[in-house]
Design a protein around this ligand. Structure first.
Ligand code: GLN
Length: 542
């Protein structure tokens, strides 16, 4: 029977609840348990698919095609377990389900209310991830305790504990212990108040994860334990770590997993975190560095390209290197020119995106990469831009474009496909989630993946226009990956270039710290090599 862990946050937002929940998932997995991580977002948008990355950061896409919160990316990277649609619910989605039921008459004329209808729907959503194999469900509740939006969730969790039995449900509260520089002291009062708010609702946390910039000494731990009513060993100190993948190691040193296993009465094996220790050591021992430019639209906000940053770091660590990621606004390139902005850059990455802002700057960056033998990785819109650049500057199709950007272009090299609409039966809506792709032997892509059929995640509407295939291939562009039926172009690369690859899919979603993605691994590898470093392959033990 599955047991349940709920992770709430207190005092302030941005405490890293997602990393905490992911680390707990990893620790329990490393003790031989089958876990699933899940996130509830208390906002009313049905999913983050249409939300502005400035507000929400990246949209993470699951294998089954759900557009989700970026914390799901952390869950996958830490636990190595693929998430699914059921792993992310928003209040909008919960209400949408209830309102549809109400319209269908499912409530038989009854009054539909937050308690019990919304709370019941929340409880059902928690159970939706349970399968006979699952030992522990870890559900993170977005927002901060005390927010109006979070209340129905907390009420649902209180009910849930009664339904499942007290010994089967555990509450972890991630909280802040601020340090007052003037007083020279850490302060426990905000945490006491936050725990007090939870108790008012009927939830007593079993474990506190205390985010702090100073070590918590024995007396402080004692005080927190006494005033917040948790055991002393259940007061976990959580300081900022040099890299996020050290957080589980820090928790393990404080036996967080053992406390969880004891409270829930789980049967677990001995912990194995060897690859994670190795990863942390490699981060410290990196002996080379490469500068990589991400030429995008949301350059001020690293969270907008979270999985790309992570994938670059995983690949760098694989090569015992550090990556210095330079975020460049595509509009800056439009203003100052690619040569000026991109000089001294080791490699160029153009990420996914929507709309026309900055596209000419991206095209100029790609031309610079192509003409100067700078390693290039294009992702989704980045592939569209690479195709357009090649069409305009190599094939001399002067106003070539994507119909997303210029519907009237005389050379729509990227467009909405009739065939695609038929295959997907989705009209012009997005191609979302994992699709197979067949790689062409002898290409860089094939060499990297070392297999013929791969599976990668998509999030886009526009596709390569097959009317131009011959023309591109004759001009020297290689179609290195396509859908197994040969209809959709999935990957392209260039013949006379050290490393120039673009993909219609998003490889960043599948990179893991101890299993870096082959495209990012090779992109980093060639960039280091061209910068004069020796990059003998050095695998991490899995
Ligand atoms: N805007 C493009 C499309 O819809 C690319 C999307 C993306 O980069 N994820 O096809």
């Amino acid at each position: 029977m599955a047991k349940f862990i709920f992770v709430t946050g207190g005092v302030v937002s941005s405490l890293g609840k997602g990393i905490a929940a992911s680390s707990i998932g990893l620790l329990l997995k490393s003790r031989g348990l089958h876990v699933v991580n899940q996130k509830f977002d208390p906002y009313l948008n049905v999913d983050p698919g249409t939300m502005n990355p400035y507000q929400h950061g990246e949209v993470f896409v699951t294998d089954d095609g759900a557009e989700t919160d970026l914390d799901l990316g952390h869950y996958e990277r830490f636990t190595g377990i693929n998430t699914s649609r059921n792993c992310n619910y928003t209040s909008g989605q919960i209400y949408d389900t209830i309102i549809k039921k109400e319209r269908r008459g499912d409530y038989l004329g009854g009054t539909v209310q937050v308690v019990p209808h919304v709370t019941t729907e929340i409880c059902n959503s928690i159970r939706s991830v349970v399968t006979p194999q699952i030992d522990v469900v870890i559900s993170e509740i977005g927002g901060t305790v005390g927010d109006i939006e979070s209340l129905p969730y907390l009420e649902a969790l209180r009910q849930f504990r009664i339904q499942e039995g007290r010994n089967n449900v555990l509450f972890i509260h991630v909280t802040l212990i601020p340090y007052l520089h003037k007083a020279g002291e850490v302060k426990t009062k905000p945490t006491q108040h936050s725990v007090g708010r939870l108790r008012e609702i009927g939830i007593i946390p079993d474990i506190l994860i205390c985010r702090t910039e100073k070590h918590l000494d024995k007396d402080v731990r004692k005080k927190i334990s006494l005033f917040c009513n948790v055991d002393e060993e259940a007061v976990i100190e959580s300081m900022d770590m040099p890299n996020i993948y050290e957080v589980p190691l820090d928790y393990a040193a404080q036996e967080l997993d053992s406390v969880i296993i004891d409270v829930l009465g789980l049967r677990a094996s001995r912990r194995n975190l060897k690859p994670w220790r190795e990863y942390a050591e490699r981060v410290l021992n990196a002996d080379k560095e490469v500068k990589i430019a991400i030429v995008g639209k949301y350059s001020e906000l690293p969270d907008a390209y979270k999985s790309i940053h992570e994938a670059l770091n995983h690949a760098a660590v694989f090569h015992n290197a550090r990556v210095n990621i330079i975020s460049i606004s595509a509009e800056e390139i439009e203003k100052s020119g690619a040569e000026t902005v991109l000089k001294n850059i080791g490699a160029i990455l153009v990420p996914g995106g929507f709309g026309s802002r900055g596209t000419e700057g991206k095209i100029a960056a790609i031309q610079f990469a192509r003409e100067n033998d700078v390693p290039f990785l294009g992702i989704c819109l980045g592939m569209h831009m690479a195709v357009i650049e090649f069409a305009r500057n190599v094939l001399k199709l002067a106003d070539a474009n994507s119909t997303e950007i210029n519907p009237k272009t005389s050379h729509p090299v990227i467009h909405l496909m009739e065939e695609q609409k038929k295959v997907l039966n989705l009209g012009a809506s997005m191609r979302l989630g994992a699709y197979p792709c067949a790689l062409k032997k002898g290409t860089l892509a094939y060499k990297g993946y070392a297999k013929e059929i791969i599976s990668e995640r998509h999030r886009h509407r526009y596709e390569f226009n097959n009317d131009y295939r011959d023309c591109f291939e004759k001009g020297g562009m290689i179609i290195s990956g396509q859908s197994p039926d040969g209809i959709l172009v999935e990957m392209i690369e260039l013949q006379d270039h050290p490393w120039f690859i673009a993909s219609q899919f998003h490889p960043e979603f599948k990179s893991r710290p101890i299993d870096p993605h082959p495209l990012f691994r090779d992109f980093l590898g060639i960039s280091l090599k061209l910068n004069g470093y020796d990059t003998k392959e050095s695998r991490l033990t899995k």
